[in-house]
Design a protein around this ligand. Structure first.
Ligand SMILES: Cc1cc2nc3c(=O)[nH]c(=O)nc-3n(C[C@H](O)[C@H](O)[C@H](O)COP(=O)(O)OP(=O)(O)OC[C@H]3O[C@@H](n4cnc5c(N)ncnc54)[C@H](O)[C@@H]3O)c2cc1C
Length: 176
């Protein structure tokens, strides 16, 4: 019997895909699945930046995060300690998306097409063996007394519920 961890990522948006790719990169033995309620993934990335996807900013002209992000500057500062705009830039270029920085310091794919970003994220997920399950809507996540999480799907989804082995991420045990 396999003891590799099962990791369920809820939502196939940019965050879910990046989390799933990272989980599989850090732990290639893990079985990682993205559960997406809609019939397609990365829909918002497709329309982001007017269809061009403004991936990040050079931050050359941003001297104080507080002015640029009045409500989220503390969170961004903390997140940037582990993965900042330079890491983002490097990650996408390393994974096949050539980037360009406009005069206003906004960063876009050279292709000027958000599809390049969608293709990159889906390709990298697929390459690592991340499973993507569409039409799987999570209804609730219940914390059990032993610290495990029980994930319930909405009616019509393939799995009525899955049991997790972690309090931090919903780790799943699908039946197939
Ligand atoms: C018009 C527009 C333009 C934008 N332009 C930019 C831009 O240029 N640059 C930029 O950085 N950001 C832009 N944004 C913001 C950008 O879309 C978000 O930052 C980014 O897409 C958020 O990604 P996410 O994964 O957090 O959320 P989402 O993209 O919203 O993904 C969440 C996913 O989870 C799924 N989901 C939700 N609930 C459940 C559930 N119960 N069970 C299973 N699945 C579920 C949803 O269907 C969705 O696919 C733009 C947003 C809009 C609306």
């Amino acid at each position: 019997m396999s003891h590799s961890p099962h990791i369920a990522v809820i939502g196939g948006g940019a965050a879910g895909f990046f989390a799933a790719i990272t989980a599989k990169t850090v732990n290639p033995q893990a079985r990682v699945a993205i559960y997406e309620k809609a019939g397609k993934v990365l829909a918002k990335v497709g329309i982001s930046g007017g269809g061009r996807c403004n991936l990040t900013n050079s931050f050359e002209e941003i001297k104080d995060l507080k002015n640029a992000y009045p409500r989220g500057h503390k969170l961004i500062k903390r997140l940037f300690k582990s993965f900042d705009h330079r890491d983002t830039y490097r990650w996408f270029e390393t994974h096949g998306v050539a980037l360009t920085t406009q005069d206003d310091q906004c960063v876009f794919p050279v292709s000027q097409d958000s599809q390049s970003v969608i293709d990159c994220l889906t390709r990298e997920a697929h390459k690592r063996g991340v499973r993507v399950l569409l039409h799987h809507s999570i209804q609730s996540v219940e914390k059990e007394t032993d610290g495990k999480l029980l994930v319930h799907f909405k009616a019509g989804s393939r799995y009525p519920s899955i049991k997790s082995s972690s309090r931090q991420a919903a780790r799943q045990k699908p039946t197939d």
